[in-house]
Design a protein around this ligand. Structure first.
Ligand code: DAH
Length: 339
């Protein structure tokens, strides 16, 4: 009997099964009411009294081993089944809900595409910046109000480390590393310490453009602006430039386009003027060129910066800026795009 038990022990040790049904067959064969182990239990009666202790222990061991093996087989089968489930070949291919591009991404790509056709390439810079790249290098006087706590987010207690308030900081980063000709656009997120409302947010997006070479003039700027406005808002779009002030450009201007919502007749969006402001621009101040190691006696340049949310509002008429960052599917699903 001991021999028989040993034989079964080694058989059980080597059992294999790939399907649940096979495991069940094995369970019945060894552990079923009429299975091998039950039969041995029945024969136990006939074992000589002096052997009962030894054989009894062996038999218990055999039963435990068999139960253990069967549950082991079941467990490993279940685990392979779950990993197999990740590729369910029986699933239909449709409908698979694919996401849509975010409206800000759509407009950003469109703006970048227009400038790319004018020969600009994309440059990026960090969102966590220092005072030099955001303000000082761009000719902001030490006491300029834009440095005030009202507008700028400071990081930790170090007044030098800030969240960039505009993408003009990328201008400096590029000019420090590269000599003209420079023709770049810098899309990116910027941060300002503003109260959040339907018209303002503490973060938003800008695209900055910078062109520096010999003999770049205001006429070049105006030509580029007209091209960009027509590409973005249609061939009938008119532009007008109003004198303005930015520390980093001289002369500076703000550009309005004819209101594309009312066609220039006057509506609540353009406050009944027929014009809407979309960007700031100007000729790069010679101080800025010199600050960044570019000889202002040899080179001139123009720069411009625009808010992507503003352009997106004009194109899609989104009334509440907060929609852009709330991840509401009902809003986002409306922006299917070929881009
Ligand atoms: N940096 C300005 C802002 O955040 C926008 C701007 C104005 C950028 C004039 C320019 C520029 O490059 O020339 O409001």
């Amino acid at each position: 009997m001991i021999n028989k038990i040993n034989q079964l022990l080694s058989d059980i040790e080597n059992l294999k099964a790939e399907k649940a049904e096979e495991i069940e067959v094995l369970r019945i064969k060894y552990l079923g009411k009429k299975g091998e182990i039950s039969e041995l239990m029945n024969d136990f009666r006939n074992v000589a009294a002096e052997q009962k202790r030894e054989v009894g222990m062996k038999l218990n061991e055999l039963k435990e081993k068999a139960q253990e093996k069967i549950s082991q087989l079941k467990e490993s089968l279940e685990s392979t089944q779950t990993s197999g489930d990740t590729i369910d070949l029986t699933r239909t291919s449709a409908p698979v809900a694919s996401g849509t591009r975010h409206p800000i991404s759509i407009v950003k790509k469109e703006i970048c595409g227009i400038f790319r056709r004018l020969g600009f390439s994309i440059a990026e810079g960090p969102e966590i910046e220092d005072d030099w790249h955001v303000f000082s290098s761009l000719n902001f006087a030490d006491d300029h109000p834009a440095r005030d706590m009202q507008d700028t987010f400071f990081i930790a207690r170090n007044p030098e480390i800030i969240l960039r308030t505009h993408t003009s900081s990328v201008q400096t980063r590029v000019m420090e590393k590269q000599q003209p000709p420079i023709r770049i656009i810098c899309p990116g997120r910027v941060y300002r310490n503003e109260a959040i409302s339907n018209r303002a947010h503490c973060f938003f997006h800008q695209v900055e453009a910078l062109y520096i070479d010999k003999d770049v003039s205001f006429a070049d700027l105006k030509q580029a602006l007209l091209f960009v406005a027509k590409e973005l808002f249609g061939a009938d779009t008119k532009i007008r430039l109003r004198p303005s002030y930015f520390p980093f450009t001289e002369p500076s201007a703000e550009m309005d386009i004819s209101c594309n919502i009312c066609g220039g007749k006057g509506c609540s969006f353009c406050k009944h003027t027929g014009w809407v402001e979309i960007l700031g621009c100007g000729m790069v101040d010679p101080n800025v060129l010199d600050n960044c190691g570019i000889d202002s006696k040899v080179y001139t340049g123009y720069a411009l910066g625009m808010g992507i949310e503003r352009i997106t509002n004009l194109k899609y008429r989104v009334k509440d800026l907060r929609m852009f960052s709330e991840n509401d599917k009902r809003f986002l699903e409306q922006f299917e795009s070929a881009y």
